[in-house]
Ligand binder design. Structure first.
Ligand SMILES: [Zn+2]
Length: 677
């Protein structure tokens, strides 16, 4: 079923008038009509460059200049990028004669003066031309940040990283023509404007920006899922995927359409309808591939070739697909007000990334379970890790998820060693406050006469109330909807004050009880034994099991230095000094090179074990280099709970909690006999 009011972005060719018919415009209407056309030419992809041409028509005769820009960020990455740094050879021409709609090598027309006046902005002296063409070259040599990449096997464009725009023409229809090698195919969420797979159309620049383009050698899996057409397009960097031993022959690749169908059906079931007619997964499968970016009816996902050969890596791929696909609603169908409309030349602030990213991270796994693609036991392991991480670092007591969202532009993608002391992630902590919100709604409505409610209802309400990508929802809207579900606006306000805008510690035991679960901590036999002093040589972790050896002083507690290290040529280099640990008091700094503990050599791989082998309260002497000068300090080790945190079913849970569990995960509460999973 489709949502009747959604602004579907697939524009049929017939809705977009050909550029050449737009030259009748009058000055009073110039910003309301006219067209923008982009001609992309990649004659030599191995040079990793593309020649771009932007043709704007409908310019008033009395207009003397036009300002054009390349955006300084791209959707989904809340960070200012230097996208204009790879732009060169910017030229402009009056395109009244010839030019429009034809290739960039056609008659160029009268040259116009073009001046760069800001890092990502140019001014063109149009001097009465009704139509101009701006040409420029981009160099695209990195897959990082998912912005743009060209090589001899493909070209990938996140449009805001390659297409300039003129603000007054931003709301007008757009056409994109691609002149790429003949043996390449083009995949994109954009609708085709002509047969042949080289000309595409978008309702406006914003839609283009949210529709990445993948042109090259790739394989396509096409299937219908939940009533929508779906394509999984995979680029691997190979000149051909039609070779023996390629990923196409693997079992996982063959079962991907069936598994994605289950996943898409679970998402559609939650929201009630698909906000698209066709959806495209643009997949980059290469050795360092990691992560994804959501777009309006497509996503760009990056992962390693192991995804098709290894069960764990395949599961990670499905979870990544689940995350990005959830964004089709959360962030694309309904958007935080601060992100609407996009301001392409500066930061777009919102305090709602905890809902845009955190809620998405929470639901990515819940929907994996509902789709039957993840066992509850595996989900509980992942949930336990997230719970453990949510408040163990000092930053959880310093920064709220609302502040973390707002500061994304200056903090999230610019990690510093101090982050664990002063920040939380709107992804990780955002997922846990979303989980808490879900459990709070479930617990408060468990006995409601009209049935149990959940965060599913809140998300559906956002989808129904804010179906138009042009009007975003605010924090106040979320409070109001939460208040409606809890039957109390005051309770919603308290929830926000405590957990969204505040840093109150989450009572996870209470939250888990709503669905019949409880927390447990795995006991490690002999966790606090004598340190291994024999030369203190580095050992593989697996050889350091200490069964039967040493004194078991406090098996529930382990020694804690509050210092994490990374490897620097085998030495332990301090990565973070946590403000709640003894390392902080002892004056250790990020960057210090630790060489010995109580005079015995310690390496990066052995640091953590070496500390855990001590007892809480023990005083240790740490020798380290700072600026290549030898230093020494002492720290009295603190203590932390030993053993891994676990989420388990509570056999003493109520029937109501078990029913809530079943509606939460779409799984039967297991009978005693099939407890083992
Ligand atoms: Zn995300």
């Amino acid at each position: 079923m489709r949502h009747p009011a959604l602004p579907i972005v697939l524009i049929a060719a017939s809705l977009v008038a050909p550029a050449s018919r737009q030259s009748f415009l009058t000055s009073s209407a110039f910003a309301q009509s006219g067209t923008v056309r982009y001609d992309v030419a990649i004659p030599r992809p191995e040079t990793q460059t593309a020649r771009m041409a932007m043709t704007i028509s409908g310019i008033p005769k009395d207009r003397q200049t036009i300002e054009i820009h390349l955006p300084v960020w791209r959707p989904g990455l809340y960070m200012i990028l230097d996208q204009a740094g790879s732009v060169r050879d910017v030229t402009a021409y009056a395109a009244d004669v010839g030019g429009v709609g034809e290739s960039a090598v056609a008659a160029k027309g009268r040259p116009l003066v073009v001046n760069k006046y800001q890092k990502s902005s140019w001014r063109v002296e149009t001097k009465g031309s009704a139509s101009i063409r701006v040409e420029y070259t981009i160099w695209a040599a990195s897959l990082e940040n998912r912005t743009r990449h060209i090589d001899d096997t493909h070209a990938f464009f996140s449009p805001s990283a390659v297409f300039m725009y003129a603000p007054e023409w931003r709301n007008l229809p757009v056409e994109v023509s691609l002149d790429v090698p003949k043996h390449w195919s083009v995949a994109t969420g954009l609708g085709a404007a002509a047969p042949g797979g080289r000309l595409f159309a978008a309702a406006d620049f914003d839609v283009l920006v949210d529709s990445p383009i993948e042109a090259g050698v790739h394989d396509v899996l096409s299937f219908d899922a939940a009533g929508g057409k779906t394509e999984f397009v995979v680029w691997t960097g190979e000149p051909s995927l039609k070779r023996p031993g390629s990923i196409r022959e693997t079992e996982y690749y063959k079962k991907l359409p069936a598994d994605l169908t289950k996943l898409i059906e679970a998402h559609e079931k939650l929201f009630g309808s698909l906000p698209y007619e066709r959806y495209v997964f643009l997949a980059h499968c290469y050795p360092s591939g990691r992560g994804g970016t959501e777009h309006v009816n497509s996503t760009v996902i990056q992962f390693t070739p192991a995804a098709f050969r290894d069960k764990d890596a395949y599961d990670r791929l499905l979870r990544l697909c689940s995350h990005e696909f959830f964004h089709t609603w959360d962030v694309k169908a309904f958007r935080p007000a601060g992100l609407v409309p996009y301001d392409y030349q500066r930061e777009n602030y919102t305090d709602l990334l905890w809902l845009a990213e955190g809620t998405t991270s929470y639901y990515q796994d819940v929907l994996m379970v509902r789709a039957g693609l993840m066992k509850p036991a595996d989900y509980f392991k992942s949930l336990a890790k997230s719970i453990d991480a949510a408040q163990k670092l000092p930053g959880a007591r310093v920064q709220s998820v609302a502040d973390s969202s707002f500061d994304a532009w200056v903090k999230h993608s610019r990690a510093t060693p101090d982050d664990p002391n002063t920040t939380v992630s709107f992804y990780g902590k955002g997922a846990m406050v979303s989980f808490l919100m879900d459990m709070t709604i479930r617990a408060s409505t468990a006995k409601a006469p009209d049935g149990e409610k959940s965060m599913d209802d809140l998300l559906r309400a956002l989808y129904q109330e804010f179906p138009n990508a042009k009007k975003g929802y605010t924090s106040d809207d979320v409070r109001r909807l939460l208040g409606g579900l809890l039957g109390s606006r005051a309770e919603a306000d308290t929830f926000f004050a405590d957990y969204i805008e505040g840093t109150r510690e989450i009572d996870f035991a209470k939250a888990l009880a709503a669905v019949g679960l409880r927390l447990d901590r795995e006991k490690k036999p002999g966790a606090a034994s004598k340190p291994d002093r024999e030369g203190a040589t580095p050992r593989d972790d697996s050889t350091l099991t200490l069964e039967g050896g040493g004194d078991i002083a406090t098996p529930d507690e382990k020694a804690y230095a509050g210092v994490t290290v990374t490897d620097k040529d085998g030495l332990a280099q301090v990565a973070t000094v946590l403000s709640d640990g003894p390392g902080f008091g002892a004056g250790l700094e990020p960057g210090d090179l630790i060489v010995a503990l109580d005079g015995a050599r310690v390496t990066s791989g052995a640091w953590e074990k070496a500390i855990e082998q001590r007892k809480p309260g023990e005083v240790v002497r740490v020798s380290f280099f700072r600026h290549d000068l030898m230093r020494e300090t002492v720290l009295a080790l603190a203590s932390r709970p030993a053993g891994e945190l676990k989420v388990v079913r509570d056999e003493k849970s109520s029937d109501a909690a078990r029913r809530a569990y079943e509606s939460w995960l779409g799984e039967k509460w297991p009978e005693k006999k099939d407890q083992k999973e």
